[in-house]
Design a protein around this ligand. Structure first.
Ligand SMILES: [Zn+2]
Length: 370
């Protein structure tokens, strides 16, 4: 498992780098070829997606006309640019494996491969068909893979997501916030800051005022956060700025909150009537509510984990995943089944070696038992 983790981490796969992601997808296709029927649907401007219909021992038919399916979701892309390995090489130290993407989510992919290998080698029958889908564009919001995820999920009784567990306890995720991004462009009027100051309408000043207003959209008690994380504007200090921009991350627990938030963004009006405001964007991953189906899946996982002497807990995650799409379709979705560690998207990204075996065993038990 450590060897495969190393191979996957050392094959860098930043979302926007199609050639790099395709190299990773080829590596995964080779890894899965002895275990599954493999397809590589186009990812458009992103790398290819990977769909594997896993061959498991002695599948029994569980339905009269159509056997039940489980969709296992992962992603092959990472947030780390090519060349990150030079400063953040794969290493094994302090009981952990370290490196770009090791937690989010190459370690999770390794767990799945190991679970499938174990079921095959131990000849443990599975009552369901298992399809693995690895998307190439998850870290940029899944624009190209979303339709594929949804059409595969519609045929399934359950979706399991290989995203990391929450915290060093590796809690599973039965609910996730919805995620969105808004972009605001303020148009003002340029002028010479010395000669013709009054003729200018400052877009940077207008944006600063708008940001104060936008900050009031946050409601921590309701789990609503609004973060103008990036701003830019103006050209030179001696020019009254003609344009300014902001990129704003939003998170909501309930779909209704997303609609209220959207109205507030669309209702933004300039303080200075000479300025204008353009608003675009919205919530692109609907919230994954804590549904009955997700809780049932979690309780089953908890029971199976106890057989491994592991006490599992559940959590609400502020981050989104492709599980948000499948849960929104009403398909029971259990997330956070991937590796246990910390530092996703951060320099200390790492996974706990001594949790790899029990997490892989848990996945195998779920695949055999759903
Ligand atoms: Zn991820």
């Amino acid at each position: 498992m450590i060897g495969l983790t190393r191979a996957l981490v050392e094959c860098e796969s930043p979302s926007g780098d199609r050639a790099a992601v395709d190299r990773f997808v080829e590596l995964m296709a080779d890894t899965m070829a002895p275990l599954a029927a493999v397809r590589r649907p186009s990812g458009g401007v992103y790398g290819r997606h990977l769909v594997c219909d896993v061959r498991l021992p002695r599948q029994r038919k569980s339905g009269r006309d159509k056997p039940a399916h489980i969709l296992v979701l992962g992603h092959s892309d990472t947030v780390w640019p090519a060349g990150t390995l030079r400063t953040m090489p794969f290493r094994s130290a302090e009981g952990r494996l370290w490196g770009p993407g090791v937690l989010d989510m190459k370690g999770g992919i390794v767990l799945f491969v190991s679970a499938v290998r174990a079921l095959r080698e131990l000849e443990i029958p599975a009552s369901t068909r298992v399809r693995l889908q690895l998307n190439s564009d998850e870290e940029v919001g899944s624009p190209s893979s979303r339709a594929l995820t949804e059409s595969n999920a519609r045929q399934c009784a359950a979706v399991l997501v290989l995203e990391p567990g929450t915290g060093l306890a590796g809690k599973l995720k039965t609910a996730r916030k919805g995620v969105g991004e808004y972009r605001i462009v303020v148009h003002g009027k340029a002028s010479h800051a010395g000669v013709d100051f009054k003729a200018g309408a400052s877009a940077t000043l207008e944006l600063a005022r708008q940001i104060e207003r936008i900050y009031t959209f946050t409601d921590l008690a309701s789990g609503i956060t609004v973060n103008p994380g990036v701003i830019s504007g103006g050209t030179r200090s001696n020019v009254v700025a003609a344009e300014a921009r902001a990129e704003i991350d939003v998170r909501v627990v309930h779909a209704a909150d997303a609609r209220v938030l959207d109205k507030k963004f669309r209702a933004l009006r300039p303080y200075d009537p000479r300025c204008s405001i353009e608003v675009s964007g919205g919530v692109n991953r609907p919230p994954m509510p804590r549904s009955k189906g997700a809780v049932r899946l979690f309780q089953m996982a908890q029971r199976l984990a106890r057989e491994l002497d592991v006490e599992l807990e559940e959590s609400l995650s502020g981050g989104g995943s492709d599980g948000n799409f499948t849960a929104a379709l009403g398909v029971p979705t259990l997330d956070g089944l991937g590796a246990v560690g910390e530092g996703a998207h951060a320099a200390n990204e790492s996974i706990l070696v001594d949790r790899m075996a029990d997490r892989a065993a848990l996945l195998a038990k779920i695949l055999a038992g759903v």
